[in-house]
Each structure stands twice: as structure tokens, then as C-alpha cells.
Design a binder for this molecule. Structure first.
Ligand code: PDD
Length: 280
């Protein structure tokens, strides 16, 4: 069962209004939340980011944090998610329905439309052990990548450019400065220290990114939140991406060249181990 615009519906019954601004403009926001063994992981951080995204696009959410939490729990219940299940919860809020003009309808004249569902989803255990391949791609997205917006065409295209080049994911750069990946944050490891782009308007402020930064610092691994170049990336000892669904995913080659020894490195392994302990 899904929750759409205030109603519980089956998948085949969902109807999108032709003038829903989420549908017409990508005018809305979303979150993807991990469920480990039937429990939501980092839910409060996702809620905080959802409310921030809403503020940044001048949208007022008519639900309290408690109401959204209750909705998430009901979704898990209605879909029989138990402690035996790893899953994801997808929640999006479109600005709502109104005649198609670009400017934002006046407050009170439009109501946000919420849509949420859960799906069982296994952790990417095999890939995390093996690592994945990546391709450098120009970051053609907009200048507010800190907002988790439904408007994902830039992300869709950069991912496809990487796939077309034979890689599994894209590493994005703006004029040679590495930002993040199409749907994940990026870390480089050099001489035992982590490097990642600062959490400004050019990247999504990833929740997994922050967990990894905290775990690293608590365990004596230095973290530098500073921008670095594609040349620095190519000289890195290890590279990995982080996201809700990919967790800590080593990238063992970039543009067809091995990263470090071309295998999953010791710092990535250590962080994966710390993350594993942290979620259990
Ligand atoms: N993607 N950067 C971008 C551009 C993202 O879309 C995501 C998340 C992240 C990682 O954020 P977090 O650790 O909070 O998941 C970074 C989600 C999973 C998606 O769109 O599927």
C-alpha cells in the first residue's frame, strides 16, 4: 500500500493530476530512508533535511514531524515490514496542484501532495566487498545541489553518461573540482586521511556522509572537508562514495585507471567495519 495525497491506495490506483507541479516542473522535494531490520535508520536527520529542503524552496509543510513519523510507521506496518526486513522508504512532497504557470501560487491557494512507499531492499554487500567503477563527468547540475529536489534530470543524465562510458557510476566535477556523485557523496583517501567536498550549495548534505565523518573522527581518522581536484582524485590511495542505499561503496577504478592498487583499500574496509557495528 502507498500513501498518496492523504489516502492509502494500492499501486495500480495511484493517479497523478495533470497539473501537479511535481509532475510538471519537478517542483517538490523527497527523501530516501534506510530501514535496517525493520527499523528506520537516521529518521530524525531525514526529517530535518526534508523540512530544510521545504524551507529552501519556499514551501510550507502542513504536517508535523510527529505526523510524518506516524505515517512512516504505518507504511511499514501496512506493508508487513518486520525485523527480518531491510528496506527503503521513499517519501516525496510535490508543491501541489494548480494551473501551470511557473511562479509559486500564493500561500493558502495550494496544498502540498505527499506520496510515500516502502520496498524491501537488500544491502549491497557483494558490491561493497568488490568495489565499483566510476567515470569522471562534468557536473552539469544547477547551483542548489544542497536541496533534495524532485528535479533530477541533471543527475539522471550524468549517471547515464558514466554508464554509456562503461562505468557503474559518475564522479562529478565542476571545472576540475570534484563535487560528488550522481546520487551519492564522494570521499578520497590520501595518506590515511579523508577528503570530501565541503557541505555547501554544490553537494547534497548527505546523511551517510555525516555518519562517516563522525565515525572517522571518533576513531582517529582525520577528515578534511575541503574541495580537491580531479588530479588529486587520480592520485588518491582510495576512493569511495556514500549514500543511504550504497552505504560505503569503494570505487576501485576511475576513467578505466585503477585507484591505488585497484582493490578495496584498508581505510575503506575499516570504515565499512565501523559502519557495520554502528547500524547493528
Ligand atoms: N541519493 N548526493 C546526492 C546527489 C544524492 O542524491 C544522495 C542520496 C546523496 C547521499 O545522501 P544520503 O547519504 O543522505 O543518502 C548525495 C538518494 C539515496 C537517492 O536519490 O536515491
Amino acid at each position: 500500500m502507498l500513501y498518496v495525497g492523504g489516502k492509502w491506495v494500492e499501486e495500480g490506483e495511484v493517479a497523478v493530476h495533470p497539473e501537479d507541479r511535481g509532475y510538471n516542473f519537478g517542483d517538490g522535494i523527497y527523501e530516501v530512508v534506510r530501514i535496517y531490520k525493520g527499523k528506520m535508520y537516521q529518521w530524525d536527520a531525514h526529517l530535518t533535511r526534508l523540512f530544510r529542503s521545504a524551507r529552501e524552496i519556499k514551501m510550507e509543510l502542513p504536517w508535523s514531524a510527529e505526523e510524518l513519523s506516524s505515517l512512516a510507521h504505518q507504511l511499514m506496518e501496512k506493508n508487513n515490514i518486520t525485523e527480518n526486513d531491510d528496506a527503503t522508504l521513499y517519501l516525496q512532497v510535490s508543491r501541489g496542484v494548480s494551473p501551470r504557470v511557473h511562479d509559486i501560487p500564493a500561500a493558502g491557494s495550494i496544498e502540498p501532495v505527499i506520496m510515500a512507499f516502502v520496498r524491501t531492499k537488500a544491502r549491497p554487500v557483494a558490491d561493497m566487498k568488490k568495489g565499483q567503477t566510476a567515470q569522471l563527468v562534468e557536473d552539469i547540475r544547477w547551483l542548489r545541489c544542497d536541496i533534495k529536489t524532485l528535479n533530477l534530470l541533471g543527475a539522471v543524465l550524468v549517471k547515464q553518461y558514466a554508464k554509456d562510458a562503461g562505468a557503474q557510476d559518475s564522479i562529478l566535477h565542476r571545472n576540475g573540482i570534484v563535487t560528488e556523485c550522481s546520487s551519492a557523496n564522494l570521499f578520497a583517501v590520501k595518506n590515511g586521511a579523508l577528503y570530501t567536498h565541503p557541505a555547501d550549495h554544490l553537494i547534497l548534505h548527505g546523511i551517510t556522509r555525516q555518519v562517516v565523518i563522525d565515525l572517522a573522527r571518533e576513531n582517529g581518522i582525520a577528515v578534511n572537508e575541503e574541495a580537491f581536484t580531479t588530479d588529486f582524485l587520480k592520485e588518491a590511495d582510495e576512493v569511495f562514495l556514500t549514500s543511504t542505499t550504497a552505504e560505503i561503496m569503494p570505487l576501485i577504478s576511475v576513467d578505466g585507471q585503477p585507484v591505488g592498487k585497484g582493490t578495496v583499500g584498508p581505510v575503506s574496509l575499516k570504515l565499512q567495519d565501523l559502519f557495520e557495528q554502528h547500524i547493528n
